[in-house]
Design a protein around this ligand. Sequence first.
Ligand code: UDP
Length: 501
Amino acid sequence: MSGLHFLLVPLVAQGHIIPAVDLARLLAVRGARVTVVTTPVNAARNRAAVEGARRAGLDVELAEIAFPGPGLGLPEGLENMDMLVEREHYMAFFRAVWRMDAPLEEYLRSLPRRPDCLVADSCNPWTAGVCARHGIPRLVLHCPSAYFLLATHNLSKHGVYDRVAGELEAFEVPGFPVRAVGSKATFRGFFQWPGVEGFQRDVDEAEATADGLILNTFRDIEGTFVDAYAAVLGRRTWAVGPTCASGLLDADAKAGRGNRADADAGGIVPWLDARPPSSVLYVSFGSLARLPAKQLIELGRGLEASGRPFVWAIKEAKSDAGVQAWLAEGFEERVEDRGLLVRGWAPQLTILSHPAVGGFLTHCGWNATLEAIAHGVPALTWPNFADQFSSEQLLVDVLRVGVRSGVKVPAYLPEEAVGVQVTRAGVEKAVAELMDEGPEGAARRARAKEIAAKAKAAVQEGGSSYDDLIDMIHHVAELSRTKSYERDPSARPLASAPELG
Ligand code: UDP
């Protein structure tokens, strides 16, 4: 047993809380006590997952701290990025995130003993001051790929963002291990927007002063990027992923991941059971990206024309009147024999781990990318924004387990620039290429299976991510002794680091 107490503080977004809860399981199975600190709405969504982990004997718990949104003009209960619909709420949302330091400090003061380490999401740089005041070692958890982190770091460092004329001017990423071409629009850091430079400065500073960095990736796919990133930042870095491949998720845990009431795993599994192996395309754009109705309808027509079975997580069916009207014209009836629509949150890991699934049309969020990789499912890439274009490059150009849908620019550009990026015929062609049973498709599937086996091996005993996690825990044990000594000189350092389980 390590006997260490970790606090994990994810950004309040599904793509950040889900891997944090996965990481909590991984730490707890090594004997640590882990508290995931989040706001009431997010705690409610993840309670079932955490209780499942506790039933499995893991010392994982949730702690709730208030979200300061209402004081900044946000509606009560708007506590997760997937609830942001109005553009004018975005700034207030991140200002509220930055003000979570006071409730976190209040929580820390309520604890009988100082935690040994706080693992802060990179988008929660406000934790740096809290940890400094309380003498708590702090690690930064990054949720995008090392590929994206290194690319955006190099682009800033070499002044490329300042040099290029507009959003779409093409450039090559300098000092990068592979040739990567993109534009400002496709290689933009999370806070690299006019007006929020201050947020980015805080993120950079908190990373530069952290006691180490944790990446949700593994060396077989990103070793060169991880090492290069660790070298440019000069920080200890551990690649401990893919956290979704930990082997610690049973059927219940998979179905309840992200814990949304409308995920109907019960109906989906028998539907998939009735389909031949590798025949089904799973379609999802994650928790945030929403396609405009015009584009979504083209996608639907392309899926219909493809003739392939598909499961489509179509959250727009709940929020977009144009999509609802189109659906009411009989799409579902026309594809009744082979199309299943999930109107909202889908049990993504349940679906991706089912043998009937042979392709994943994905927005290339980093979690979705890792989930495709860990399950050996080739990807049809449809990036929307942020790090998603980087993940597309990694899947298609570096790992060669993906096919591009043909999206060129991010969805946030004005409609004249974006329009319909992939037509019905484009979708049909891309789906045929991905699901192809000829030699190219077979080779892609074989590569995907090979990489999936490496992902699983990485997190097993003796694997690179397993070893990195243990090394990180040792580092924390050591830090915790020295930091407590620093903060309170009268406190005697422990005789030895607690033993690791
Ligand atoms: N997810 C899910 N069901 C859905 C949509 C998303 O379980 O209907 C999960 C998905 O498996 C992933 C996370 O939510 O773990 C989304 O993270 P990602 O980085 O893929 O994308 P984001 O939502 O942050 O754009």
